[in-house]
Ligand binder design. Structure first.
Ligand code: MTE
Ligand code: HPA
Ligand code: MOS
Length: 932
């Protein structure tokens, strides 16, 4: 007797899990794996028994009984395979409106998985030398196996400090993040770890369940009748002066929705109770009556159709003469590309504790925010009090990633209002599902472009329209759009360009800052152009990238010349460490030998502009206090969110004051130490605050100099003690504003950025053409971080930023219903990268010998620039798909929106199976993430 295969397969994709909780219907078959067990009749090798189980989560397993019965007695050959296909199509139907959408993918996957089982069994026949009708082609061998797993390895290269650098001077040393060990053991204190205050109450938000509706009534009586409930607040409570109910650049963010809602997840009110359970239960008892309004706009396409924009005319950057350039171009190509949003998924969700001090309207806010000054400012405005009564304190965040630059207000203001009105401390930390529903995501973007090129593929002109999905309020969308417009050319010289930016107003929660701030979305368009040009001219994309790469002195489309441009160096070094040309040949060889697995390799450069695009924000302050025992307490405007800012500031002070780090401490960020600070964002936290800390330290060092001179044999503590006795002030403020920047978009003049951070990455992937799954085999990154302040932290930022970008470009996709319900409310639906997704081989090098004269101690900003390098994985996947399509004679450009999820990869690898499920109507575009 011959046993067949027992085989199952898990696909790295999120879609199947999503809708189970939301809706369930009988025809909703969510296939994540298929197990088949086959038994053959000895001698004849016909099928004696076969079990076919298709399943998602346990209760949804489906046995394909009809198919099973049809297959019994059949030979294991192609004819049987075809019969199985037709039968499975009937056995496992899927209604076109089945929850979860992706009908074609799910149906294709059923057959693909069966095909894999078919091949696996053939393979076994072959291994056991059983004579069979059907022979397994050599190229099909690997189709049924997993990815080639190697032992993971990684390397980190950086320059060590000069041998003669003083031991106490920590600048440039790879020292461990100051709270790393505490974070690992759980001792590090986050906002909600603060002990309870006396009389403290808990708040729960009441959220809109409609995307666009009039609020007919709000009835909180049942909630208020619950034991332990203290109050319910809504727009009514902020209607009379001195209170205010709105904030934001154009005052379109309401604390509590007034009269109507324009997004699901919008805050309508807040219940305050003795504890979390009570508050949350009571919040569900608040009855809101709605009258739905038209239209409900979810996607960018909807917004364009309905002309729903924040401003009447787009923002525009114009350089050169595009009309003339297009006329002189050898070819003009059209294209468009889409990128979806990204949930921040910080480990610590939004959290605020507001503590009224009992007199003079004083209030203390503990808030998980990148922007304590804005928290203070807006709280004061809403309560109608002065900023000098409100202190906002931030010890650390469990990640911010831009999500806590402005959207903390959605929670912190209601908490502050409740605390103020009740005159009691109030706390709230959002649950993950609430956080995902209210706080917005990275902006989805759509780019439509026309590029004029020479016959060699050099870009001479580009006309591009960039659209972002801002959600229902403006928030930071203006600046995000601008950064996308500044970065659309990524790292390529385009002498003639027109860039127009449109901010789409939709009925989604307000989208906001997220690592890269529109930059990665813009760069994605430029990279797409490069690939499309390569495909059109039938060349390796590497060649097109190379000839278009910026050179020293080239001017960007916003007229900024590139000085000390290390792009080419990063690029060359990356190609070399990655051994690109040899490995490219190996990839080609692999693809010749494999039909159902394909590899791809891709190199992507990047250039990220450092400075806030809003000039005003490019300033920072510091306050340095020296106590008479010699210990130093530093306060600066920046916040710690895991990026190592405080550690770097201690390093800077250790050099500036010429003392060991043991003397130096940073306790927290607080608005009563340094006023009017900018959000810690735009990657310039260490640039700006580093200079401010340096400034304060230098003032103090000068004051201590006479005491040092008088007592050269003495130590730091001695000089400090004497200075104190001599009545010398031992505190100083420091200040810094970035010089020489300021850009005028109407004239396309002046510099928006102080300098640029450059890098390049090469990634190799393997895809499974039948399931759409993939594995990153290797990534090599080279980045120029000047003289890194702390290579351990900086390499960590590169690795972390890359992995976060990897999620953006391959896995993560917010999923909405056509009526604006957010289906993605937790990790079950929304897949972020896990350990197994880290490239099997991961090499990071910092470029040597490239000091940056524009930032503190010749360093460079690092936080956001590496994120886009993860698009090298996306484009490597695209290369692999290109080869898969070539096997079917499909040549030329094809569309692949980001993220390259398993579903998109599978459907792009068109074959006999996908052909069985034709697209309904290609002219009616619906994004894949808006589903029933
Ligand atoms: N790293 C960690 N661990 N956690 C974070 O929240 N945010 C990123 C980046 N790196 C973030 C991070 C973002 S969006 C920015 S703008 C920078 O850090 C901000 O910090 P910096 O300016 O001090 O680098
Ligand atoms: N980055 C981050 N936050 C910002 C910016 C920026 O460029 N401009 C205004 N807020
Ligand atoms: Mo980062 S998106 O600028 O907070």
């Amino acid at each position: 007797m011959l046993q067949g295969a027992n085989w199952s397969y898990i696909v790295k994709d999120q879609y199947f899990y999503a809708y189970k909780q939301a809706k369930r219907r009988d025809d909703d078959i969510a296939i994540v794996n298929m197990a088949s067990n086959v038994e053959f009749n000895p001698g004849t090798n016909t099928i004696k028994d076969i079990s076919l189980a298709f399943g998602g989560m346990a209760p949804t397993t489906v046995l394909a009984m009809k198919t099973k019965n049809k297959l019994i007695g059949k030979q294991w050959d192609e004819k049987t395979l075809e019969e199985a296909y037709s039968s499975l199509i009937e056995d496992l139907p899927l209604n076109p409106s089945a929850p979860g959408g992706m009908i074609r993918y799910r149906r294709s996957l059923t057959l693909s998985l069966f095909f894999k089982a078919y091949l696996a069994i053939l393979n076994q026949f072959e291994q056991r030398k059983v004579p069979v009708v059907q022979k397994l082609p050599q190229q099909y061998q690997s189709a049924s196996s997993g990815f080639h797993s190697k032992i993971p390895k990684s390397s980190q290269y950086f320059q060590v400090v000069p041998a003669d650098q003083k031991d106490t001077d920590l600048v440039g040393r790879p020292i461990v993040h100051k709270s790393a060990f505490k974070q690992a053991t759980g001792e590090a204190v986050y906002c909600d770890d603060m002990p309870h205050f006396e009389n403290e109450l808990y708040l729960a938000l009441v959220l809109s369940t409609r995307a666009h509706a009039e609020i007919l009534s709000i009835d909180a009586s049942q909630a208020l009748a619950m034991e332990g409930v203290h109050a319910f607040f809504s727009a009514k409570d902020l209607q009379e002066p001195p209170f205010r109910n709105c904030h934001g650049i154009i005052h379109d963010d309401e604390v509590f929705a007034e009269g109507k809602v324009t997004s699901q997840g919008q805050v309508i009110g807040a219940v305050v109770a003795v504890d979390q359970i009570t508050a949350q239960r009571a919040s569900k008892l608040v009855k809101v009556e709605y009258k739905d309004l038209e239209p409900v706009i979810i996607t960018i396409e909807d917004a364009i159709k309905k002309k729903s924009f924040f401003f009447n005319s787009p923002k525009e950057i114009y350089q050169g003469d595009i009309e003339a350039a297009f006329r002189s171009a050898n070819h003009v190509l059209d294209g468009e590309a889409r990128m979806s949003g990204q949930e921040h998924f910080y480990l610590e969700t939004h959290c605020t504790i507001a503590v009224p001090k009992g007199e003079d309207d004083e209030m203390e806010l503990f808030c998980s925010t990148q922007n304590p000054s804005e928290t203070q400012r807006v709280t004061a405005e809403i309560l109608g009090i002065k900023s000098n009564r409100v202190v906002c304190r931030v010890k650390r965040m469990g990640g911010g990633f831009g999500g806590k630059e402005s959207r903390m207000l959605v929670l912190s203001v209601p908490v502050a209002v409740a605390a103020y009105k009740l005159n009691r401390p109030v706390r709230c930390m959002l649950d993950r599902d609430e956080d995902m529903m209210v706080s917005g995501t990275r902006h989805p973007f759509l780019g439509k472009y026309k590029v004029g090129i020479t016959k060699e593929g050099k870009i001479i002109a580009c006309d591009i329209e960039i659209y972002c999905n801002a959600g229902h309020t403006l928030d930071l969308s203006g600046a995000v759009t601008e950064r996308a417009m500044f970065h659309f050319e990524n790292a390529y010289y385009i002498p003639n360009a027109r860039v127009r930016g449109y901010i789409c107003k939709t009925n989604l929660p307000s989208n906001t800052a997220f690592r890269g701030f529109g930059g990665p979305q813009g760069m994605f368009f430029g990279e797409n152009m490069i690939r499309e040009i390569a495909s059109y001219l039938n060349k390796d994309p590497l060649e097109i990238s190379s000839i278009n790469l910026y050179k020293e002195g080239d001017k960007t489309h916003y007229n900024q010349p590139l000085e000390y441009c290390t792009l080419q160096r990063c690029w060359d070094k990356c190609l070399k460490t990655a051994d690109y040309f040899n490995r490219k040949k190996q990839v080609e060889e692999f693809n010749r030998q494999n039909r159902w697995k394909k590899r791809g390799m891709s190199v992507v450069p990047t250039k990220f502009g450092i400075s806030y695009t809003l000039l005003m924000l490019n300033q920072a302050g510091a306050l340095v206090l020296i106590y008479d025992d010699g210990s130093v307490l530093i306060s600066h405007g920046g916040t710690e969110m895991g990026q190592g800012l405080h550690t770097k500031m201690i390093q800077v002070a250790s050099r500036a004051l010429d003392i060991s780090a043991d003397f130096i401490h940073i306790a927290e960020t607080s608005t009563d130490k340094v006023p009017n600070t900018s959000a810690t964002a735009a990657s310039c936290g260490s640039d700006l605050n580093g200079m401010a800390v340096l400034d304060a330290c230098e003032t103090l060092r000068k004051r201590l100099e006479p005491f040092k001179a008088a007592n050269p044999k003495g130590k730091w503590a001695d000089w400090v003690k004497t200075a104190y006795c001599e009545r010398v002030s031992l505190s100083a403020t420091g200040f810094y504003k970035t010089p020489g920047i300021g850009y005028d978009i109407s004239k396309n003049e002046g510099k928006p950025f102080k300098y640029f951070t450059y890098g390049a990455a090469c990634s190799e992937v393997e895809i499974d053409c039948l399931t759409g799954d993939h594995q990153v085999l290797r990534t090599d990154i080279v980045m120029d971080l000047g003289d890194s302040l702390n290579p351990a932290i900086d390499v960590g930022q590169i690795e972390g930023g890359f992995m976060q970008g990897y999620g953006l470009f391959t896995l993560e996709e917010m999923v909405y219903s056509p009526t604006g319900t957010i289906y993605a409310r937790g990790p079950g639906v929304y897949k972020i990268p896990g350990f197994a997704d880290i490239p099997t081989e991961f090499n990071v090098s910092l470029l040597k010998g490239a000091p940056n004269k524009h930032a503190v101690y010749s360093s460079k900003a690092v936080g956001e620039p590496p994120l886009f390098l993860a698009s090298s994985v996306f484009f490597a996947i695209k290369e692999a798909i290109t080869d898969a399509r070539a096997e079917r004679g499909l040549k030329g450009t094809f569309k692949l929106d980001a993220p390259a999820t398993a579903a998109r990869i599978r459907m792009a690898c068109e074959d006999e199976i996908t052909d069985k499920f034709p697209e309904p109507d290609p002219s009616t575009f619906t994004p894949w993430n808006v589903v029933p």
